[in-house]
Ligand binder design. Structure first.
Ligand SMILES: *Cc1c(COP(=O)(O)O)cnc(C)c1O
Length: 418
């Protein structure tokens, strides 16, 4: 049974100050999970998690994660700006981008971020503007399929990211000639995987590659970045990934592959987004309309603009009707938003308790890739974000958009809409 991290009374208190819809974040859950995560990898001296900013780009959230010792993984100019504003600097910033504009590289370099090249051609591109930094990372794409226990987890050969094996050693060799002293190795081979074997298996692929690269090029490999991809249990019957087990699995691979090769000083980095924040966000919404035609529809004041994953991937997000969780779930509904798009449904054929107009609804697991993926289709405006603090108080950490925000890019020419 999936539980909300907030009760009905508290939510009712919050909505007296902040109208629905909004994303609500659970500071207590975020901090506890962050500490458990750091603890699980504490066997590795240099371990650092670089939170993937794209998963939840909010400065207040980033500041909490900074306090827990995390760095940030950025992929664009504005993510770098936000990270700088929060106080991240130098090697606390990983810049893992692709199809990268020059100004992004220039800015990342100015901040002293670790540049993680997505392509071998990006190295010469970068060098046209500035010398390579002392520490550089490259993203690896092994091609083929990525398997765990003989089942295919994902197909790197279809992925646009990274350098091939051959390109990895060519890149290291040429960058050593250019004076690069320390190297990183990065790969992201499967997304949203709750299997505890994912990181350990990925680690084995990367650790073996590191040993080969060391043999072939003599490069000093400083860190290995396991990137993102550890999943969360969106479904009620799914089990949570066991981060301690995952940490131990990576440690075992480290001791078997890197330590004997004399590479026991390598730091392990990660770039998790979903695992770090996903479960600690709720999309809070109110039932505006009930509609009975060929099917029964619940119309919310939130829509796919606030949470795109169900519309985009058919993703399951659990729904709790506040105060009715104990009632029989004996009504079948499609839970919808108001976009003129028939895929604007948070749930299809979902069994729920009897719903009435005015009910408060929580959509679970929206902390990562939730608000962040929002857009403005149908001229719908993005919601506010509220943080529930550890002591039960709450504050707004992003205001809702207003029509003025929507029109602000027309602040020129004859219409003068602002
Ligand atoms: C998206 C992304 C992540 C985070 O992925 P999650 O699935 O949220 O863990 C990490 N690194 C890179 C390079 C990414 O693109």
């Amino acid at each position: 049974m999936k539980k909300t991290f907030v009760n009905k009374e508290k939510l009712e208190e919050i909505i007296t100050q902040f109208p629905t819809p909004f994303h609500l974040y659970d500071e207590k859950g975020i901090r506890e999970n962050a500490r458990e995560f750091n603890e699980a990898f504490s066997w590795n001296k240099g371990f650092k998690e670089y939170f993937a900013v794209k998963a939840c780009p909010n400065p207040t959230i980033l500041k909490i994660l900074k306090e827990e010792g995390f760095g940030v993984d950025c992929s664009s100019y504005t993510e770098l700006m936000m990270s700088e504003a929060v106080g991240f600097a130098g090697e606390e910033i990983m810049f893992s981008s692709n199809v990268t504009p020059m100004e992004d590289f220039v800015y990342a370099n100015k901040l002293g971020a670790i540049i993680n090249f997505d392509d071998i051609s990006h190295i010469d591109f970068f060098k046209k503007e500035m010398p390579l930094p002392e520490t550089v990372s490259c993203r690896f794409n092994p091609g083929g399929t990525f398997n765990i226990n003989n089942s295919i987890m994902d197909t790197p050969e279809e992925a646009k990211y990274g350098l091939t094996k051959r390109q990895m050693s060519d890149a290291y060799t040429s960058m050593m000639k250019d004076g690069v002293k320390n190297f990183g190795l990065h790969a992201f081979l499967a997304s949203n995987t709750v299997a505890n074997e994912y990181y350990p298996e990925l680690a084995r692929v990367l650790f073996k590659r590191a040993v080969k690269l060391k043999e072939r090029t003599g490069a000093n490999i400083k860190f290995i970045n396991l990137s993102g991809g550890v999943g969360i249990p969106y479904l009620p019957d799914q089990e949570k990934a066991d981060i301690r087990k995952i940490g131990r699995g990576v440690q075992k691979a480290f001791e078997e592959l890197l330590v004997p090769a004399g590479l026991g000083d390598i730091a392990i980095y990660t770039e998790l987004g979903r695992y770090v924040l996903g479960p600690y966000g709720h999309l809070v919404s109110k039932v505006m309309h009930m509609k009975e035609i060929h099917k029964n529809y619940v119309g919310l004041d939130a829509c796919a603009v606030n949470l795109m994953r169900p519309a985009m991937y058919g993703a399951y997000h659990h729904i709790t009707v506040m105060g009715k969780d104990e009632l029989p779930h004996d009504h079948m509904y499609d839970v919808t938003g108001g976009l003129c798009e028939n895929n604007d449904k948070f749930a299809v054929d979902r069994m729920l308790p009897l719903i009435e107009v005015g009910d408060l609804v929580v959509i679970h697991d929206t902390g990562a890739h939730g608000f962040a993926m929002g857009y403005n289709y149908n001229g719908k405006l993005k919601s506010s974000e509220i943080l529930l603090h550890e002591d039960g108080t709450f504050s707004m950490i992003r205001r809702a958009e207003t029509p003025k925000d929507y029109f602000c890019t027309f602040d020129f020419g004859e219409y003068g809409l602002e």
